[in-house]
Design a protein around this ligand. Structure first.
Ligand SMILES: NC(=O)c1ccc[n+]([C@@H]2O[C@H](COP(=O)([O-])OP(=O)(O)OC[C@H]3O[C@@H](n4cnc5c(N)ncnc54)[C@H](OP(=O)(O)O)[C@@H]3O)[C@@H](O)[C@H]2O)c1
Length: 301
């Protein structure tokens, strides 16, 4: 049943990417309130540390920390995972939340188109590098959970395998939608692989709805004006947007449930294309090649 009072999560550990603001911040705050040790993984240290202080003050939980993660750099992702593993913590919840939207055409450090590189490939690599810890942390009655944020935009997304990096034709809307579709395909394929090997880890996707955050900072001035005038009517607050993410991360309703798309706290059908298993596998194989890891990374890849 959603929304619901969620059980305490003492001694559990979560990583929230992009957790310094917006939906990620509200997610990190709520998980802290439930007693979790929360790591805010972000690319702006000052902002991250400020968010940590606010959460500690508001929740009284001092097990909240910031760790630097630049998803536009494969090196930074590997460094983040190395630093995290050096802490010898378990990992019960990974929230793949960070994203950019409608940015002008530009590349990540590794030469990937920014939406595809940050939103999708960055989280693809991060998840793979943390899988061994997630598998080690999940148990039969308390599966570890991977919660990946997509968007309703994925319904209009297309995957252009001849030009995944949008070199020939760049549309900011198309590139964002492609990255969000890729995340859904990835989550489903990941769940199939986890199920096949009997891991106690689940992978689900969340659409938070239309939420009033900084994600819209690259939209036109006209859109910004309309948003400013009507946000109270049409936009959720960041806390409301985070509610389905938190539900996916800790609700007992979803214990052992994986491979689903959640919107407004409900299992919802995603785009027809996202259920195409050949497409899921093709994208997986291609993504492994792009980030330089083996097809099924068991540990330390
Ligand atoms: N807002 C909506 O209406 C809406 C709708 C559907 C889906 N979503 C999804 O919800 C998620 C959260 O978005 P939001 O609305 O909360 O947006 P937001 O307030 O802009 O938060 C996005 C977070 O991602 C971080 N980020 C961006 N690039 C990064 C990078 N290269 N490395 C590390 N972190 C990076 C941002 O940090 P900096 O900005 O400080 O770099 C920020 O903390 C996203 O996946 C988004 O696609 C949002």
């Amino acid at each position: 049943m959603y929304p619901q009072v969620l059980p305490p999560q003492k001694a559990k550990v979560a990583i929230v990417t992009g957790g310094a603001k917006g939906i990620g911040y509200e997610t990190a705050k709520h998980l802290s309130r439930l007693g979790m040790h929360v790591i805010i993984a972000g690319n702006h240290e000052n902002q991250g540390k400020l968010s940590v202080s606010r959460i500690v003050k508001e929740t009284g939980n001092d097990k909240v920390e910031f760790m630097f993660l630049e998803l536009a750099s494969m090196h930074s992702i590997r460094q983040f995972v190395q630093n995290f593993k050096a802490k010898n913590l378990l990992l019960h919840v990974l929230v793949n939340n960070a994203a950019v939207m409608l940015v002008p055409q530009r590349n990540t450090v590794d030469g990937f188109e920014e939406h595809f590189g940050v939103n999708y490939l960055g989280h693809f690599l991060l998840t793979h590098l943390l899988l061994d810890t997630l598998k080690h942390s999940g148990s039969h009655d308390h599966n570890a959970r991977i919660v990946t944020l997509s968007s309703a935009t994925h319904y209009i997304g297309e995957l252009n395998f001849n030009d995944l990096q949008s070199r020939r034709h760049y549309s900011p809307h198309g590139a964002y939608a492609q990255s969000k579709l890729a995340l859904v395909l990835f989550s489903y394929e990941l769940q199939q692989r986890l199920t096949a090997e009997g891991s106690y880890v689940t992978s689900n996707v969340v659409d938070p709805g239309v939420v009033n955050t900084d994600l819209y900072k690259h939209t036109s001035w006209l859109f910004k004006l309309c948003k400013w005038l009507t946000s109270w009517l049409f936009f959720k607050t960041a806390a409301q947007g985070a509610s389905t993410v938190i539900y996916a991360a800790v609700s007992p309703d979803l214990e052992g449930v994986g491979g689903v798309y959640l919107a407004n706290g409900q299992k919802t059908k995603s785009a027809d294309l996202s259920y195409d298993v050949d497409l899921q596998r093709k994208l997986w194989t291609q993504s492994c090649k792009l980030v330089g890891i083996p097809e099924w990374c068991q540990s330390d890849c």
